[in-house]
Design a protein around this ligand. Sequence first.
Ligand SMILES: [Zn+2]
Ligand SMILES: [Zn+2]
Length: 409
Amino acid sequence: MPAPYSCHLIDDDEDILALAASLLRDAGHDVCTHTDADRALAAILADPPDCVLTDLMMAGTDGHEFCHRLRTHPELADTRIVVMSSKGYRADQDRAMALGANRYLRKPIDPALFVDQIVSVIEDRIAVTFWGVRGTLPVPGEGSLRYGGNTNCVSLGFADGTLFIFDAGTGIKRLSDEWVARGRPHLDCHIFISHPHWDHINALPFFGPLYQAGHRICVCGAQHGGTRMQDLISAQMDGVYFPITARDFAADVRYRSLHEESLEVGPAHVDTMLLNHPGACLGYRVRRGGRRFCYITDNELYPQGDPNHDPAYFNKLADFVRGADLLVIDTTYSDAEYRLHRDWGHSPVGEVARLADAARVKTLCLYHHDPDQDDDAIDGKLQDAWNTMAELGSETRVVAPMENGRVWL
Ligand SMILES: [Zn+2]
Ligand SMILES: [Zn+2]
């Protein structure tokens, strides 16, 4: 339960005011409502709130002008501003953000999401959503009802609306479906591909925003020799393997080939590291405001005692993920299964647990489950990891996220 926050709502639509106010009040927050911008400004300056939510089109003033006026007052520097509008034009969203808004929210209000959206702006939180947690192949059916059957896809939603997506397995279709259900809001989105094995890229053509103008989408990932990221993506959409080509994208789609490097991306700092897997495969670390999220798949950690165990690589990876609030990482096999799949490019859960403990990771998320494992087998890997952590006396928490699960950082 977040702290009670003070919010001022300004809108000339009494119904919207009543709905937004009741949602926030029901969650325990203090709310003042206004239909007049001048009176609202006087009340806001008298006692600066945590958040101001303003409509874009109001009689006598507009949200852009009101946003600009609020930002001329230094005493409101810590007050977050959310501009709400039914207008879906990219130019209006860009202008609101340029004038100092922290978030542009498209109406109608979604009662299921609204309070989380506002609190995430006030607290600068990041929503981590798991859209698919399986590796290699989608596994629909009775054995995957709890954890879900879709392949690799995890997203980070930042308070300003920026979206990071890690991998484009079949889980990205679920993300795309939610975007449709939310009224197709404009996206500023980076898609970070770990590597171009099928289970990490083959559902990218099913990501709806690619086919609609107004979205900014950057697809990033490791170059393979002379093959650039855009060629890796367009090759699977050349008209033979898929009937729509990458030339049919209507969004502003860019590509970025990455190496081991550090870069500033939107509201976050991103570092990359080459992983132990066939071909060039990148792990990602995202840092924002003291929080750390790591996405490490696919990756083979040879267990201690194995002739291929490489302490230098173990330590390098431990340094990379050190102190992570959330580490999403390849734990394809149980320790017993791994003995039959050595050198396949994936890790046994016990060695990953040792890595997370050595790196003082706060929460370890099991990920990229083998397609031959049903839900009960994933439960078994989770129990194995808990046992390992108990033996180590570790403070690292271990979870096995389910498809459609969401946590906040
Ligand atoms: Zn994979
Ligand atoms: Zn792979």
